[in-house]
Design a protein around this ligand. Structure first.
Ligand code: PEP
Ligand code: MN
Length: 351
């Protein structure tokens, strides 16, 4: 259960709701020039990370509380609302006393219920919007659990931010979108605003336009995009940041959905969802074929026959046993996997 205020209580102004700003605050000048450029085309929330959760030590850890005064100046000059990431009660206290308007909880923090609970306790008695990024691992309950902890502490303006999920293997994306997870979140909590962060999903500037479009096609409520006045020189996430001008261009090329789908619009909307899921299926199939090729190379090097009948039976039996729970017809699944398997065998024979 999530007790959230209706969608437009999350300081809504425009559709889609745009949050933009640098991955990290680096200097007052950098913040002000970026923010002024963003404000010029109507971005309503300015984001900047002050305390940066870095995967590896020895990388830029953020300017910390020194940046709070710069955020105040951004507010004063541009009238945008300002948002930053908090990961512990000290960050919450400092952000609240500096007048930060919106907080967010980062992916690494959402994955830790102890940390989320401490943040929730520090927020008790305050009325501030909080955005919760998905945990790094694809666990919808952990994501929901973090929002519930905030909710139980009295926070009712909550939004989810989908930023993709870590994978061990390399893929097109920095963080795999796994769109079915935010889609399921929307199904369970229809009034929860869900924003997409195409910057952290893509990890590369070139992917932002198409990811942003997919997010809108899937009825996301807004976007959080990393913008830097000089992306190549950024101290964190340089490859995925874009200039404010580039963001302006991306936004103007997006096809917006109308607010209240009816009749044909509803059909188009469902079809767009199907298109996004089909793209995801295609990507999964391509990944599966790559791995099957690696297996083929291994078999060849070890002088093993390509066809391993018991392995094929094992694959089918495992999938069929899951069909009932997944609401799928086992004959349909068998047919699909026969084709997939036959194609894999074919590819391995050609090696
Ligand atoms: C960020 O928004 O800069 C950030 C660190 O994101 P995430 O928590 O999604 O990795
Ligand atoms: Mn970042």
């Amino acid at each position: 259960m999530l007790d959230i205020l209706p969608i437009n209580a999350f300081t809504y102004s425009a559709q889609p709701y745009i949050i933009a700003g640098p991955c990290s605050a680096e200097s007052e000048q950098q913040l002000l020039t970026t923010a002024e450029a963003l404000a010029a085309f109507g971005v309503s929330v300015f984001r900047a990370g002050l305390w940066k959760p870095r995967t590896r030590p020895g990388t830029f850890g953020g300017v910390g509380s020194d940046g709070l005064a710069w955020m105040k100046e951004v507010k004063r000059r541009t009238h945008m609302r300002v948002a930053t990431e908090v990961a512990c009660p000290e960050h919450v206290e400092q952000a609240l006393s500096a007048g930060i308007d919106i907080l967010w909880i980062g992916a690494r923090t959402t994955a830790n219920p102890f940390a989320v609970q401490e943040i929730a306790d520090a927020l008790r008695g305050y009325d501030i919007p909080v955005m919760v990024k998905n945990p790094v691992n694809p666990d919808i309950d952990l994501w929901i659990g973090a929002m519930q902890r905030l909710n139980l502490a009295g926070i009712r303006r909550i939004a989810a931010v989908h930023r993709g999920f870590s994978l061990y293997s390399r893929s097109t994306y920095r963080n795999d979108p796994q769109w079915h997870i935010p889609i399921e979140l929307r199904r369970r909590y229809p009034s929860l605003p869900i924003f997409c962060d195409p910057s952290h999903i893509g990890g590369r500037r070139a992917l932002i336009q198409s990811l942003a479009q997919q997010a809108l096609d899937l009825r996301f409520d807004g976007l959080m995009v990393e913008c830097h006045i000089s992306p190549e020189t950024a101290k964190s996430d340089a490859a995925q940041q874009i200039t404010p001008d580039e963001l302006d261009g991306i936004l103007s090329r997006l096809t917006l959905r109308s607010d209240a789908p009816a009749g044909d619009e509803m059909l188009h909307d469902l079809r767009r969802q199907i298109d996004a899921l089909d793209t995801a299926l295609l990507e999964l199939l391509s990944k599966r074929m790559e791995i099957s090729k690696e297996i083929g190379i291994y078999k060849k090097q070890h002088n093993m026959p390509v066809l391993q009948t018991e392995r094929y039976n094992e694959i089918i039996a495992r999938l069929v046993s899951r069909c009932a729970d997944a609401g799928l017809d086992p004959d349909f699944i068998k047919k699909i996997f026969e084709i997939i398997h036959a194609h894999s065998v074919d590819n391995q024979l050609k090696l």
